[in-house]
Each structure stands twice: as C-alpha cells, then as structure tokens.
Design a protein around this ligand. Structure first.
Ligand SMILES: NC(=O)c1ccc[n+]([C@@H]2O[C@H](COP(=O)([O-])OP(=O)(O)OC[C@H]3O[C@@H](n4cnc5c(N)ncnc54)[C@H](OP(=O)(O)O)[C@@H]3O)[C@@H](O)[C@H]2O)c1
Length: 230
C-alpha cells in the first residue's frame, strides 16, 4: 500500500486529494500546522497519521520533526498547502513577502529535504501544487507569484537532481479554484465570489491522482489546469 505525506489536507484542493487517497485505502500522513489541527485531521481521516509543524516557520520544521516519529516509507510527498496575500509592490511589507515565501516555497524545500531519503528508497513521487501565478505574474500578485515562480524552480531543479534516482517530480498549475483561498482573493479584489465560476477542487484532485497513478515508464512534469465552461 502506498504512503502519501500531504500538506494542506484540511481545506480545498488538499482535502479533496486526501479524501480520494483515503477512500481507496492508501496510507496517509497528514501534515498540520498545530497539534489541535492534527487532531481534527485525524478525526476526519480515520487511520491517518499526522505530522505537526508550522510551514510559516521553516527554520523550526527540522526541530519539530525531530520530536515526532517520521514515516519510514514515503511513496509520495504532496505539497498542497499555500497562502496568498494580494497587494501592490508599493504596499507589500517584508513581513507579507516573507510569510508567502516561507509557506509557499521554503517550507516545501525543507519538507522535501527531510523526506528525500525515503523518496529515493521507494523511487517515489513529489507533487507540487503550484498556480497559474507560478508562470505569469499580474498586478497585485507579486509576492504570491514570486513564491510560486520559485516553487517551479524548486520542482525543476529537483527533477534534474533526482531523476537518476527514480524520483518523479510533477508541478500542477491550477487556475482559479473554488476554495476558501479563492473566496479570500475575491474579498481582496473587492469582487463578489461565485464558486460555480471556478474549478472544482475535485477536478484538481483528479489531475493530481492521475499524475500519481501514471505507470512508472512515464512522468508528468507539468500540468496546467484552467477553468472550463460548464
Ligand atoms: N484556490 C485557487 O484558486 C488556487 C489556484 C491555484 C493554485 N492554488 C494553490 O493550491 C494550493 C491549495 O490551495 P486551496 O485553494 O486549497 O487553499 P485553502 O483552501 O486556503 O487551503 C490551504 C491549506 O494550506 C494550509 N496552510 C496554510 N498555512 C499553513 C501553515 N502555516 N502551516 C501548515 N499549513 C498551512 C491550510 O491549513 P489549515 O487547514 O490549518 O488552514 C490549508 O489546509 C495552494 O498551494 C494554492 O496556492 C490555489
């Protein structure tokens, strides 16, 4: 049975992915920002293990993990957690920049570093849920887009480094997806939020699971997912 380490399993896209993998009986190790959040995830996904560490403080992840038992087997590491804060370059403070870079870029690098030995041993798979903003940066999206452009670089370098070890690396670039994050973006943009206009998190989950389940002779490197016209 495959073991998946998942960040962001408590909401939106991550929750949809976790539900799919849980329903088919895979082993889940769900990352949570706090012990309280981990308890909620364990109740929601019976049988799942949890791993606690605040992605907003990547310097302390190593210390936090040293006090918990890490899974011995990891077949996939799914980086799905993320944060967004819109704002013009003239207004964004270093604190806002750092928070997005920490959660969206540096924490995934640190988590990857931690689990690479297990991923190499299992010839495993690392999936990064990126964003359309990881490919194009628009007005008021600078800090988030920079973190996601950085995440693309992390994924591309990792793929070159670990391909020979049999580790597969996939970046998924969703467009606007109906989740609490998208509701917040609409509030910041001063627009009404209609979830029906945007991608269902279940559809992004389908692309993630498809990449995971692809036979080993092939690897999806990059997958762009845009809102359709239902
Ligand atoms: N929604 C979109 O339109 C969209 C489009 C393109 C890409 N994406 C990307 O897709 C991914 C998932 O987004 P979503 O829309 O599903 O967002 P979401 O519903 O807001 O979920 C974000 C998840 O990240 C976790 N998280 C945030 N800060 C954390 C921290 N400091 N430590 C640990 N976990 C933390 C949250 O944990 P809690 O559950 O504890 O709050 C939550 O589970 C993100 O990487 C996002 O950038 C989203």
């Amino acid at each position: 049975m495959a073991t998946h380490v998942i960040t962001g399993a408590g909401s939106g896209i991550g929750a949809a992915v976790a539900r799919r993998l849980h329903a088919r009986g895979d082993d889940l190790v769900l990352h949570a920002r706090s012990a309280g959040r981990a308890k909620e995830l364990a109740a929601e996904f019976p049988g799942a293990r949890t791993l606690v560490g605040d992605l907003a403080d990547p310097d302390r992840l190593s210390w936090a993990f040293s006090h918990q038992s890490l899974p011995e087997q990891v077949d996939s590491l799914l980086h799905i957690a993320g944060v967004v804060e819109l704002g013009r370059v003239g207004e964004l403070t270093p604190k806002t920049w750092r928070h997005q870079l920490d959660v969206n870029l540096i924490a995934p690098a640190e988590l990857t570093r931690h689990f690479l030995p297990q991923l190499r041993a299992s010839r495993g798979h690392v999936i990064f849920v990126n964003s359309g903003a990881g490919l194009n940066a628009h007005a008021e999206w600078s800090a988030y887009a920079a973190s996601k452009h950085g995440l693309k670089a992390l994924a591309d370098s990792l793929r070159h480094e670990e391909h020979a070890a049999g580790v597969r690396v996939t970046s998924v670039y969703p467009g606007r997806t109906a989740s609490p994050m998208q509701a917040k973006v609409h509030r910041q943009e001063g627009k009404d939020y209609d979830p029906g206009r945007w991608i269902d998190p279940e559809s992004v989950a389908t692309t993630v699971v498809m990449a995971l389940d692809l036979p080993r002779d092939a690897e999806v490197n990059d997958l762009t997912v845009r809102p359709g016209r239902p």
